[in-house]
Structures are given as C-alpha cells and as structure tokens.
Design a protein around this ligand. Sequence first.
Ligand SMILES: Nc1ncnc2c1ncn2[C@@H]1O[C@H](COP(=O)(O)OP(=O)(O)OP(=O)(O)O)[C@@H](O)[C@H]1O
Ligand SMILES: O=C(O)[C@@H](O)C(=O)CO
Length: 423
Amino acid sequence: MLIGVIADDFTGASDIANTLAKGLPEQGGLRTVQYLGLPAQNAAADVEAGVIALKSRSIAAKAAVDQSLRGLEWLLKQGCEQIVFKYCSTFDSTPAGNIGPVGEALADALGVKGVVACPAFPGAGRTVYQGHLFVRDKLLNESGLENHPLNAMTDADIRRWLSCQTKSSVGHVGIETVRAGAHAIAAALEHAAGEQQTLVVLDAINDDDLISIGRAVADHPLITGGSGIAIGLPANFIVRGLAKGNGSARLGLEGPEAILAGSCSGATREQVEFHRKRYPTLAIEVDAVMDGRTTAEHVVAFLRENDGHAPLAFSSGTPEEVRRIQDRYGREEIAHALDQLFAKTARRLVAAGVRRLVVAGGETSGAVVSALDLGALTIGPEIDPGVPVLVSEGERSVALALKSGNFGSPDFFSKALERLAGR
Ligand SMILES: Nc1ncnc2c1ncn2[C@@H]1O[C@H](COP(=O)(O)OP(=O)(O)OP(=O)(O)O)[C@@H](O)[C@H]1O
Ligand SMILES: O=C(O)[C@@H](O)C(=O)CO
C-alpha cells in the first residue's frame, strides 16, 4: 500500500477513494479499496491505496484522535508512504470539533509540521481563496451550510475556524504562492514548519492548483483536506514506477434495488423532489419515527412492494422543519432514532435480497454500512463527481452508492441505480 487515508465519514471516504482510483487522465489512478472502520486483517497485496472510513466527524475530539491514531498504525503497517486525513470539503466541524486535534495528533505521531490543510474540491464548487471557503459563488456561511443539522458552519474563514480547534498557530499559503508552482509551495510549507505551524491552510481555486500542491508534497508523510487534495497524489507514485495506473475497475451488480435518504442538504432535497415526481417515494415523518408509528418494517414493506421501480424512502426536511423537530426532540435524539431506522431498514433489505443500494448523507451512510457489516469495498466507475460505484466482496455482494449530502445532479438517484447495475 502506498497511500493510506483516514476519512472522517463514509461518503467522504468513497469520495476520496474515487479520486485516488481515477487519478489524472494521462496517468490513471491507484488500485483503491475502502475499509468500513478499522480493518481486522492486513490488506490484500495488490491494494495501492487504502481508505479507512471512520464515523468520527461529529464525535468528541479525544475519541476521534484515538480512532485516527489506530487507523494510522494499521496503514503504516501496510507499508504506506503517505497518509491523508480526509475531512469534508465544507469543513464540517464545530469550534470544538476534531479536525484540528486529529490533524495535530497525526502530525505529532509522524513527527512533521507545515502540513497542508485544504478542503478545496473545485469539481463540486468548493474553493479556498484568502483562507476563506466558498461553495460555488457563496461564502461557506451563506451557502446553506450554516443550517447543517449537526455541524452548522457559521464562519467561512477556515484559518480562524481551525485555530479554535488547534494548540499550535495555523498558517496560510495564498493563491499567489500556489500559482508560483510546486517549488514555491514546498518552500512556503517548509517556512511554516520553521515557524512551528503544524497545519497550514492553502488556497486552491481549480484542479491545476491542487495538482501543483500535489507535486509540492510528493515526499510529505501527511496531508489533510477534502478529496480534491488527492487529485495529484497518485501521479507521484506512478511516475516513479511504483504503481501502474490501473485504478477503477468496471464493476456492477444486477438485482433488487432501494434508495434511502437521510440527508437534509440542498442537493439531496432537490434530488428527492426530482425523484418523487417520477418514481414511488415514501416520506418518513420524524414525529412518527419518534413515537413509534413508523418503523423499519413499514419502510422495508414500501421499498419491497415497489421493487423494480426505483423506490425511495427519505426523511430529508427543510431547514425550518429540521429546526422545529430539533426543538421538539433534541438533535442527538433524532440523529440516533433515524440512524437506527435506516440501519435496521438496510439490514432487512439486504436480507430480503436487495443488491443495489443508494444512500444519501454521510451520517446516514455510516449507519447503513455499519449495520450491513460488508468488509472491504472495491471502487468502481464514477457516478457523479465524488460518488463512485462501490462493490462489497464475498458471495452475497452488494453494490452501493454513498452520496455526500450536497453531491450529485438532480437525477442522481435513478442514474446511480443504473450505474450500480453496470449500465
Ligand atoms: N427531517 C429531519 N429533521 C431533523 N433532522 C433530520 C431529518 N432528517 C434527517 N435528519 C438528521 O440530519 C442528519 C443528516 O446528516 P447526514 O450526514 O446523513 O447528511 P448530510 O449532512 O447532508 O450529508 P454529508 O455529511 O454527506 O454532507 C442526520 O443526523 C439525520 O438524523
Ligand atoms: O468532502 C466532501 O464534501 C464529502 O466527501 C464529504 O465528506 C461529505 O460528507
């Protein structure tokens, strides 16, 4: 294994696995596998990039640090030369969040400073300029992410947000230096290390900026960021002859299907609206889940009755609905109840023969995939930017699409089912 990734959620893990498997068009990518939690065994010998999917985005810093350090230990044991800590391209965290503590703990363990922190993912409209994160033409805190049910992003200045979470001061490398190329970036990071800055926010506006950063950090043991930060990394190994450039495989499975959406993000709500005009759809009322009127049995019955017609069950609500429900029951209580509902539903669906499963939302995907106990997932073709086909190993394998809340085109759900079938 050459590159090892510690990802703080399941959809984010498949996002960066997709980037590593794809690589650059001229060179290709790395043979990439996604692990669901810390693997119990060693990786297969032909794996070039291994992505450990944790469910650590919204947990306390200490627990996230412990889990990430255990991930680091396993990845180093597999021979990784470079470690990436993958967090959300919208930097999802609170001022007491764990991106800073995990980044610093990994840096301490590897004995490095001047470590890149760059959430940019231009393909999905996330760019960093003057240390501020944008979602398309909006500052992060005006993009809708200020209403996120778990990690409300109320400040677009990533340097300031990260500084709330770190012990050491946070550095910044501006776009002028990034555009000056790999040598200038490497020198700026070395300077930051000399200033005892552990994490350094880098501006990046397009893929070329990320490719330059990738070149600059070819020999850095640690990098942190969104999936965009990985765009240029496979090439560093391929040009040195350490990998062949045969990344994503053609994969797919036929069989019964279902779609589950727990994400309340803007893109998911648009996809739900698009889908419900064309296919059978069940709206899960949170009130009914909380008082036991809606259970996994109901959701499974609806999805199985509509098999073959791209059925969707969703809990996704508008920011106003989310606020009302949270005031009534509490954020954690709702997250727990919905996680349980989606987890049970997924387990029953797969037991009933469902082989293609599309899930929207990072927390929701984490709950579903943990419940299914699938082991390693091989990365297949890209469905939309940041979302690949994933296929589990074993006799009763399942094809999955784990969609980050804000990813995907309006027709994502039906398109994903087609791609999961290899069409
Ligand atoms: N109608 C609702 N009202 C309140 N909370 C909800 C509702 N539906 C879902 N939720 C909660 O909202 C959260 C959605 O998080 P999830 O990570 O699945 O989606 P996301 O944040 O859009 O995706 P990503 O993390 O990939 O950006 C979950 O904790 C879920 O329990
Ligand atoms: O980086 C992103 O935006 C996604 O991979 C993600 O982590 C959202 O859950």
